[in-house]
Design a protein around this ligand. Structure first.
Ligand code: AP5
Length: 211
């Protein structure tokens, strides 16, 4: 099953993606995590992506589609994958559909996470992430030890107020058109109310997936 998680920054794609992937026994592929890993390793791809990411802009589509091609062709994704943060532009959506088609598969479902803007801003302002395994936390300061892997929690550069504003604008202008594109191409979309209790949101998402 190939499931795309769509939604604004801070909507909980990472948090819920992890849980849904675990329940379905398939990997979560998060382009943001792949790019941050490349930045940490100082690769050419990471260096090229860093400036876009830090200011809250999108990384070029060609880079993202290259990452997706590698990730979806890997044996670990043979049974499917949860795509967290892909797709974010119409050309990416088009490219993904072609890519999975060439692999003899299809995009089975899009889960669209819906959260009011004021809640998104609050979540991102309070977030820290593990610099090692990328798990997001709220209410824990930088330097706290990650409960999952023992790494250290840090603030993301794109969680500064200016970058958050840019990310929300970019979502409205470049990612929201994907919703119309997907409907026009008969892809199945389930809107999920992604406010409130984390477990309840996972249940809503799982219910939508088995419906
Ligand atoms: P990426 O890392 O994907 O960031 P994002 O989409 O902006 O999403 P976030 O990770 O900020 O939020 P999320 O929805 O995963 O929420 P989370 O679960 O963390 O991308 C970063 C950058 O990489 C992009 O800006 C771009 O530059 C580049 N990039 C990546 N993919 C790209 C692509 N396809 N094309 C082009 N460029 C790309 O939750 C947020 C916080 O809220 C956490 O603290 C969490 O603990 C908390 N939280 C979660 N759920 C709840 C809840 N129910 N109630 C209260 N708090 C909650």
């Amino acid at each position: 099953m190939i499931i795309v998680l769509l939604g604004p920054p801070g909507a909980g794609k990472g948090t819920q993606g992890e849980r849904i992937a675990e329940r379905l026994g398939i990997p979560k592929i998060a382009t943001g995590d792949v790019l941050r890993e490349a930045i940490r390793e100082g690769t050419e791809q990471g260096l090229a992506a860093k400036a876009y990411m830090d200011r809250g802009d999108l990384v070029p589509d060609s880079v993202i589609l290259g990452i997706m091609k590698d990730a979806l062709s890997a044996p670990s994704a043979a049974k499917g994958a949860i795509l967290d943060g892909v797709v974010r532009t119409v050309p990416q959506a088009d490219g993904l559909v072609r890519l999975v088609g060439a692999l003899g598969r299809k995009v089975d479902r899009i889960l669209l996470f819906d959260v009011p803007d004021d809640e998104l801003i609050r979540r991102l302002s309070e977030r820290t992430v593990c610099e090692n395994c990328q798990t997001p936390y709220k209410g824990l300061g930088p330097g706290t030890v990650c409960a999952k892997c023992g790494g250290s929690l840090v603030r993301r550069p794109d969680d500064e107020p200016e970058a958050i504003r840019t990310r929300l604008k970019v979502y409205r202008s470049q990612t929201e058109p994907v919703i119309r594109w997907a409907r026009d191409h008969n892809l199945e979309i389930n809107e999920i109310d992604a406010s409130g209790d984390v477990d309840a949101i996972t249940d809503r998402a799982m219910k939508a997936l088995v419906a």
